[in-house]
Design a protein around this ligand. Structure first.
Ligand code: ZN
Length: 286
C-alpha cells in the first residue's frame, strides 16, 4: 500500500512515496509560487496510486475542521501563498483523502514515532530560516483554537544586543532574534564562518534557552528536539544546555531534566522528521 507525504516548508517542498515505512521515491522543489512549486509535485504523485496523502504545511494555516477555510494559509510573509488553500488544492488535484497539519507539527509527530513509545511528550523546535515549534502531548499534536506559534514567544534581549529583530511584528521574539535569518542579518557570515564563533553561539544559546525554559515550564516535555539548518552547528546545543541550566537555576525539577544532554537533543530521524511525520499522520487512512 502506498502513501504520499509532503513536508511543505517555507524554503522547500519535499514530497515522498512511502511503502511500509520506507521512502521508495521522492522529490524536492523550492518554495516559490503555488503555481511553480506545486505543478511538478502533482506530476510526481500522478505516477503512483497512493491511498492517501499526509501534508505538513508551513503556516499560519487554518486547521479547524469545522471552518469552511480549512487548509487556508493566512498571514504569511510569503505573499504569493497568502490566502492560498493548500488542502483544497491537493484534494482537487489528487482526489485522495488528505490529513493536514503544520510542518512543525508533523515533524514533532515523526520524532514521537521514532522514539517508539519511549517518549510520550516532546517538543520539536526547528531553527532554520524561521523558528517553529510542534508540541506532542501523549502522542497527539497539541492544538487550541488555532495551532500554537511558539516561534514568536517573547524573550529578554541581552543588554548589549542592539541588532534589529528580523520579525516584522516583534522587536524581541525568538524568531526575530535567533532564527537563521537573524544570524544572516546580524553577521553576514556563511555557516562555516559562523561555526567557531563562540561569542555568537553563546548569544544564540542564551536566546534559545530562554524560549526552551518557557516551553518546559508550559508543557513539561520529556524531550526538546532541535532540528533545522542552524541545529547542524556543533556549538549550538552545548550553549543552549548551558544557559538553560543557568536560567532554570534549580527551580523546575523532574527526572527528564536531570541530564541536559538527553533533554535537549538532535532528531533521531535526522533530516526526515517532517516527511516521516507527514507519513505517520496519514498511514492507516484512506
Ligand atoms: Zn515575532
Amino acid at each position: 500500500m502506498l502513501y504520499g507525504a509532503i513536508e511543505a516548508g517555507g524554503t522547500k517542498f519535499r514530497s515522498a512515496i512511502y511503502q511500509d515505512e520506507k521512502i521508495i521515491d521522492e522529490l524536492t522543489v523550492a518554495t516559490t509560487t503555488p503555481e511553480v512549486t506545486l505543478k511538478p509535485i502533482i506530476a510526481f504523485f500522478s505516477n503512483y496510486k497512493i491511498k492517501a496523502l499526509g501534508l505538513g504545511a508551513f503556516g499560519p494555516v487554518i486547521l479547524n475542521r469545522e471552518s469552511p477555510d480549512f487548509g487556508l494559509i493566512t498571514q504569511t510573509p510569503k505573499e504569493k501563498w497568502r490566502n492560498f488553500n493548500i488542502y483544497r488544492y491537493f484534494v482537487e488535484k489528487l482526489n485522495v483523502p488528505i490529513c493536514l497539519d503544520t510542518d512543525v507539527g508533523v515533524a514533532a509527530l515523526g520524532e514521537y514515532y521514532a522514539y517508539r513509545s519511549r517518549v510520550n511528550h516532546l517538543l520539536y523546535v526547528t531553527v532554520g530560516t524561521g523558528i517553529g515549534v510542534g508540541v506532542i502531548k501523549n502522542g497527539i499534536i497539541l492544538r487550541g483554537a488555532h495551532h500554537p506559534e511558539l516561534g514568536h514567544l517573547l524573550i529578554a534581549r541581552r543588554g548589549d544586543d542592539k541588532y534589529p529583530s528580523v520579525c516584522p511584528y516583534h522587536d524581541n521574539c525568538i524568531e526575530g532574534l535567533a532564527s537563521g535569518s537573524s544570524l544572516t542579518a546580524r553577521y553576514h557570515l556563511s555557516p562555516s564562518q559562523l561555526a567557531d564563533r563562540e561569542d555568537i553561539w553563546d548569544l544564540e544559546g542564551y536566546y534559545l534557552a530562554q524560549a526552551f525554559l518557557g516551553y518546559t515550564l508550559a508543557f513539561a516535555p520529556e524531550r526538546i528536539v532541535i532540528g533545522g539548518g542552524v541545529s547542524a552547528q556543533a556549538r549550538l546545543l552545548p550553549n543552549i544546555r548551558k544557559h538553560f541550566t543557568k536560567l532554570n537555576n534549580g527551580y523546575y525539577i523532574y527526572p527528564q531534566l536531570s541530564n541536559p544532554d538527553l533533554y535537549i537533543t538532535l532528531p533521531l530521524t535526522g533530516n526526515n522528521a517532517g516527511i516521516y511525520g507527514a507519513y505517520c499522520l496519514v498511514r492507516g487512512e484512506g
